[in-house]
Ligand binder design. Structure first.
Ligand code: CA
Length: 226
């Protein structure tokens, strides 16, 4: 992921962890350790995406988002320990694009960043994705195994697109649900399992093999050797 990120966080350990993770994924990262430093950084430079803590010395994350939204639509993902639903809704209403609760999973941060960046149009989808003999054309809603077209529903197509963008990556049900259905995943239900299992059956019928595997207790991923 080639994105320029502002990281607003007063906890040095969290900054360090996020920075090294994001740099490992190809991002450039600028840090601000308090509200005033963040205000300055955001005024001086533009970013593709801002990761924003809420409880900060100086100026709160809420205030920063409110003032940013007066003249900027740079995507903001809040990463906060504030777990009250009202707080989360208030921050989304202020103009944040997503909300991740601490403690968080780095993989989840990455997936949500991808979704938000894609929505903002800053990360263009490739014309074609290929994993082994499976080829997907994002703009044309078309998938082929070898040269034979596959008939997928819209949800199955979007799930497969996520799997093929990052084969090897394990997606949790919450990741998949929130990316494809675009709604918050509140409780365990079988919507995701049903759609993944239909997709898997269609892929298996075309290829003669299981192309999506279940990682027990975590989620699903594409088999790299598809
Ligand atoms: Ca904090």
């Amino acid at each position: 992921m080639n994105a320029k990120i502002a990281l607003v966080e007063d906890e040095p350990d969290i900054r360090k962890m996020l920075r090294s993770f994001l740099e490992g994924k190809g991002c450039t990262v600028s840090e601000a350790a308090d509200g005033h430093a963040a205000e300055k950084l955001l005024a001086e430079e533009t970013f593709d995406l801002i990761l924003m803590d809420l409880m900060l010395p100086g100026i709160s994350g809420e205030q920063l988002i409110a003032s940013l939204r007066r003249d900027s639509d740079t995507p903001v993902i809040v990463i906060s320990a504030k777990s009250m639903l009202e707080t989360r809704l208030a921050v989304l209403r202020l103009g944040a694009d997503d909300y991740i609760l601490k403690p968080f999973d780095l993989n989840e941060v990455l997936v949500r960043m991808e979704v938000v960046l894609r929505r903002a149009g800053r990360e263009k989808l490739p014309e074609m994705l290929r994993v082994g003999s499976l080829t997907l054309y994002p703009a044309e809603n078309r998938v082929c195994w070898a040269d034979a077209p596959l008939s997928l529903t819209a949800k199955e197509f979007q799930l497969l697109l996520l799997f093929m963008e990052y084969p090897q990556k394990v997606y949790s049900k919450a990741n998949l649900y929130e990316s494809v259905w675009n709604e918050e995943y509140f409780c365990e239900d079988n919507t995701v399992s049903v759609h993944v299992s239909n997709l898997r059956a269609k892929l298996k019928k075309a290829s003669g093999r299981d192309l999506i595997e279940t990682v027990w207790g975590i989620g699903y991923r594409m088999k790299g050797d598809a």
